[in-house]
Ligand binder design. Structure first.
Ligand code: SF4
Length: 458
């Protein structure tokens, strides 16, 4: 189907390698929407993975939509990159959401698409609005009134069943029958309108109970074995944070279990992809670009990371890491960072004092942090980013002061190493406030109040 597209979407489409275009006829049409701009969405490997997975299903055609960057873009309409079609023309609109901050954008997109915001006000022929992503493993309730159904779990473990060959028939039924069949037959499907929340007399939450014959508990779906499920970039474009970098997920979850961190708990057990699969992914990536990004909660924990990075290719490639631990900088990893001309490395002490790092189970010492800062700069990485939080449980003002002290100590090491290399880069300190996350040991800890946070940041 041909729709009038615009110069913004044409520019995005023309700058891409790997765009998937499939004929619409006879297929379920899915608009996969990232509730933020093209640049942000295309930097998200989870979003790209869903795009690839859906298009691998023969009877599905999946196109991508994003929040317009500015008013000139498509006159504010939400149209897809592949065919320039309005998302309201699709059978299904699938939101892929990784961050709670994007929740308001989900509503903006529904409004711009001309669709009723509330699920209860939509009916056939409106598209089915579904949503998935890690933010909904944690808590789908903030946007529950606006979504017809959530897919709770990892995409590979739930999408093939959800989009099986009966879905075209179900989409022709009335909305409630379609959703009921999905909720009853596809584990991980949560239809908010089929559940009621109940509360104690003091107003505190009691339970969520089904009002129809659907599962009492929604099972979070996850892939037990990643060894046959590569997760890599589907589309390369310069218009992302990673600029034509081919991303490869090396692992899912994290073995460290920092007590504030949802990644360390919702993706349990941590799973690592085998070297043989990752080598194949890397070869595929090298056929498309010379920049490889290894992605994972803690890439340096992969047991064969050094072997993976020492693969030889016919051309020079640059390898970057989404994360590494301050206590895991092996000579091999440092050599890869040096060869890849990485400009900025991130260290996340998270807390300033050892006392508080022990409380949050961070598992790194002050010496690990100082050694990492000194070594990274000595290896030629000029800039450092430091991540800290305030408002952590059991924090005192001494712990807050310790952030300043630690930054000064890091600066001292940084300058010593920088002067030796005759180049002084920048240290960026990022300070955020602790937010209690579901499923972590700190989930019931109250958040610090704004006045207290402000006084700590001063
Ligand atoms: S090491 Fe990082 S990803 Fe792992 S649990 Fe700690 S904060 Fe989370």
């Amino acid at each position: 189907m041909a729709w009038k597209t615009d110069k913004f979407h044409k520019r995005f489409a023309e700058s891409e390698i790997g765009t998937i275009r499939k004929p619409w006829k006879g297929r379920i049409k899915v608009a996969l929407v990232y509730p933020n701009t093209y640049h942000v969405g295309m930097s998200n490997l989870g979003f790209q993975t869903v795009y690839d997975l859906l298009n691998k299903i023969d009877h599905v055609v999946c196109e991508r939509g994003f929040l317009p960057t500015d008013k000139r873009q498509g006159s504010g309409r939400i149209i897809t990159i592949e065919s320039g079609s309005p998302i309201s023309a699709f059978d299904v609109i699938a939101f892929s959401v990784s961050f709670e901050n994007d929740f308001p954008n989900l509503l903006t997109i529904l409004e711009k698409a001309g669709l009723p915001l509330r699920s209860s006000n939509r009916e056939s022929p409106h598209p089915l609005i579904i949503a998935g992503g890690v933010t909904f493993f944690l808590n789908p309730e903030p946007v529950a009134p606006f979504v017809d159904c959530f897919l709770i779990g990892e995409a590979e473990a739930i999408l093939p069943r959800f989009f099986d060959t009966d879905l075209p028939d179900l989409l022709n039924q009335d909305r409630t029958s379609c959703l009921k069949t999905l909720a009853q037959n596809v584990p991980g499907t949560y239809v908010p309108e089929f559940y009621n929340a109940t509360y104690h007399s003091d107003g505190t939450f009691r339970a969520v109970e089904p009002v129809l014959d659907v599962p009492v508990k929604i099972e979070r779906r996850f892939l037990k074995d990643l060894s046959r499920a590569p997760t890599c970039s589907a589309v390369l474009t310069s218009d992302t944070t990673f600029d034509r970098t081919f991303l490869i997920e090396v692992s899912r979850g994290c073995p460290h279990g920092c007590r504030f961190c949802s990644t360390g708990f919702v993706y349990r057990p941590p799973r690592f992809r085998p070297l043989s699969l990752l080598e194949k992914c890397m070869q595929h990536g090298v056929s498309m670009t010379d920049q490889i990004g290894l992605v994972g909660a803690s890439v340096s924990d992969h047991p064969e990371i050094n072997k993976l990075c020492s693969q030889k290719f016919e051309k020079d490639i640059r390898i970057s890491f989404s994360s590494f631990r301050a206590d895991a900088l092996s000579p091999e990893l440092l050599s890869v960072l040096r060869q890849s001309k990485v400009k900025t490395a991130t260290i996340a002490p998270d807390a300033g004092s050892q006392r508080l790092r022990n409380i949050i189970n961070k598992g790194i010492t002050e010496q690990d942090i100082l050694n990492a800062a000194e070594t990274l700069v000595a290896e030629g990485i000029p800039n450092l980013k430091l991540y800290f939080m305030v408002g952590l449980p059991l924090e005192t003002m001494d712990d807050v002061e310790a952030i300043v002290t630690l930054c000064k100590q890091i600066k001292h090491k940084f300058l010593k190493s920088s002067r030796a290399r005759k180049r002084i880069g920048e240290i960026t300190v990022s300070l955020s406030s602790f937010v209690p996350k579901p499923f972590t040991p700190f989930q019931w800890v109250a958040m610090d109040d704004i006045g207290s946070l402000k006084s700590k940041i001063k």
